[in-house]
Each structure stands twice: as structure tokens, then as C-alpha cells.
Write a protein that binds this ligand. Structure first.
Ligand SMILES: [Cu+2]
Length: 342
């Protein structure tokens, strides 16, 4: 938890500087000029949770959304494989994955499209696939695929939105906590207004003690206690604070947010912005003028906002224990100088 060590210390320094007791002895104004307020941020932090521009944090999963698709038939093939997932340069997790990444690849289709999906299992245990964008009999499609085997099923995407997919093999919480999830975007037939688009999948890691090889695996009792070590956007704690997402001042910014959990609600919020629109599902009448919106575990939502001036705008889960554990990033609008302390 190296984010905590440095940032909380700096936050404490900032808070203590702001809370001087009013009855403290006053300096002699004639001989000692009052200290000036700092003109630059005293700490390279975002909301006290993660460093901005930290090259030590890996950027393994760019947040840019894939382009809207023009295909009507999507042949999607994913391979389930167990791979080591680096949460940081020094913390490696025994991940279970779709296509060797956590989260798995983003799938993007349009309402009315057919998804022809094949899961190939090269891992040493059964896995499966559950698309929340599908309406299908789980007993036929979401069944276990044994090691060395594969399974194909099809569905037509009927409802637009940002949907989760995940392994549904029991215990599901373990398969999700180990990394088997991702996002599928279903666009409406009439496109939403053009925007700079990002995909953010929130999830949690529960770290057991490291093995002799230094690799952490799932701590099941900790998962049942709903007490993650890390809450992350796209698989890495604080990666978009370390590597801010660049946008233009005033342009429409869109987040497709999926919350994989397996346990924590995502109270999605952009500091310094109010969402013009939040599409909860179906892309009917959106909510307007929203400050924070809960994305439930196993759910998704689409967020539109504009950043009104140059600067650094943190996006977080406003459940701040989770932001402190890594669910924090930065939107960098224009080319601002300095960093941020909030
Ligand atoms: Cu699985």
C-alpha cells in the first residue's frame, strides 16, 4: 500500500497547515511578515489517494474505448488462461483471465448485431462465460468448459448500454476476484453525440500472503469480509493518476463504466465536473445534472461530462476508502501547469 504511505503523510501535512489554532501566539506583524499562502500545490497528489505522473506505476491497460463498430456479425473468441498479473512492479497476483489480461478485452457491438462467441479453455480448471448483454439460457450457454475444451454460442444484442461479462463458474466470487471479467458496449442504432470515449472497469483484489515465488493469490476470507487490498480501474491501482487521460477543454468526455466487483459499489464521480447526462440502461431518457452515480456490482452506466477549464480533474469512486485503495484516476484537460492536491 505504498500509495497510502506517502499520500496520507502529505495529506496530513496539508491538513495540519490548514488548521492552525486561532489562539496561537500571533507573529509580530511589524517584524515578521505573515507566511504567504503557497502558490503551487505542496504535494503531487490527486485527492490524497495517488500520485500524479508516477512513472513507477505501470500503464498496462489504456482506457481509450474502441471505435463504434460497423459490422453486423461479430466473431469473438476468448481464451481463458492463468497468468501473473502485475498490480505494481513489486506486487504480482496469480490472475485468472480472458485473453491473458485483467480486465479482458473490450467488446463493442451495436443493437441488432449478432455475437458469435467462442471460449477456449487452456487453463488447468473449468471456466465459463456470462455476457450480461445477452438474453440466453444460462443452462445452455454459460456452462463450464473443461481444460482443453471449447464452447460456442450466439446471441443478438437487443439492449444498448455498458455491460459486464464474467466467468460464471463456482465459486463465482473467486473467478471474478481473480480477474475473469470485462466490458461489452452495446451502442444504440442512432449514435450518441460524438465524444472522447473511455472504458473503465472497476474491480477489487484480495491479496493473500505471497508464495515462495513472491506471487499473491486470493484471500478468500478477506473477500467474504468485503475488505479488498486494492480497488482498481482497469486492473491496476491508480494507473490513470500516474498516467492521466488527456482531453480537450470543453469537449464532450464519455465514460463507459462497468463495475465487476465482486463486492464494492462504485460511486462514480469526476471532481470539478457535473455529469450532463448519465445513461443507466436502454439509452432512453438519461439522467441529467448528476454529481455522483452508483454503478452496482454487475452493472454499468455511461457518463457524459465537459471540463470547463484547463486543469487536472480526478475521477474516483466517491466511496473514498476505495479511492484510497486505488479507484482513482485523472482527466487532464488542456495543458495545465503544476499538479493537484485536493
Ligand atoms: Cu473462471
Amino acid at each position: 500500500m505504498r500509495f497510502l504511505d506517502s499520500s496520507l503523510l502529505l495529506l496530513a501535512v496539508t491538513i495540519s497547515a490548514c488548521n492552525q489554532p486561532t489562539d496561537a501566539p500571533r507573529a509580530d506583524a511589524t517584524t515578521t511578515p505573515e507566511a504567504e499562502a503557497p502558490t503551487t500545490s505542496p504535494a503531487e497528489m490527486s485527492h490524497g489517494e495517488a500520485k500524479v505522473n508516477d512513472p513507477a506505476v505501470p500503464l498496462t491497460h489504456p482506457a481509450d474505448a474502441p471505435a463504434r463498430s460497423t459490422q453486423r456479425m461479430h466473431r469473438v473468441r476468448m481464451t481463458t488462461a492463468h497468468v501473473q498479473h502485475a498490480l505494481s512492479p513489486s506486487v504480482v497476483y496469480d490472475g485468472w483471465t480472458f485473453d491473458s489480461t485483467i480486465p479482458g478485452p473490450v467488446v463493442r457491438v451495436t443493437v441488432g448485431d449478432t455475437v458469435d462467441f467462442t471460449i477456449v479453455n487452456v487453463s488447468p480448471m473449468p471456466h465459463s462465460m456470462d455476457f450480461h448483454a445477452a438474453e440466453i439460457a444460462p443452462s445452455r450457454a454459460y456452462v463450464n468448459v473443461n481444460p482443453g475444451d471449447s464452447l460456442t454460442f450466439r446471441f443478438v444484442a437487443r439492449v444498448p448500454g455498458a455491460f459486464m461479462y464474467h466467468c460464471g463458474t463456482a465459486p463465482v466470487a473467486a473467478h471474478i476476484a481473480n480477474g475473469m471479467y470485462g466490458a461489452i458496449i452495446v451502442d444504440p442504432v442512432t449514435p450518441l453525440p460524438a465524444a472522447r470515449e473511455f472504458v473503465v472497469v472497476q474491480s477489487e483484489f484480495y491479496l493473500g500472503n505471497a508464495s515462495a515465488q513472491g506471487i499473491h493469490a486470493l484471500d478468500w476470507p478477506q473477500l467474504l469480509d468485503l475488505s479488498p487490498d486494492h480497488v482498481v480501474f482497469n486492473g491496476i491501482p491508480g494507473q490513470y493518476a500516474a498516467h492521466p487521460l488527456q482531453v480537450d477543454v470543453g469537449e464532450l468526455v464519455r465514460f463507459y463504466v462497468v463495475n465487476a466487483g465482486p463486492n464494492r459499489v462504485s460511486a462514480f464521480h469526476v471532481v470539478g465536473a457535473i455529469f450532463d447526462r448519465v445513461y443507466v440502461g436502454g439509452f432512453g431518457t438519461p439522467l441529467e445534472g448528476v454529481q455522483t452515480f452508483n454503478v452496482p456490482v454487475g452493472g454499468g452506466a455511461v457518463f457524459d461530462a465537459r471540463l470547463v477549464e484547463e486543469g487536472l480533474y480526478p475521477f474516483v469512486s466517491h466511496a473514498f476508502a476505495d479511492a484510497t485503495k486505488g479507484a482513482v484516476g485523472i482527466l487532464r484537460a488542456g495543458n495545465p501547469s503544476g499538479t493537484i492536491s485536493h
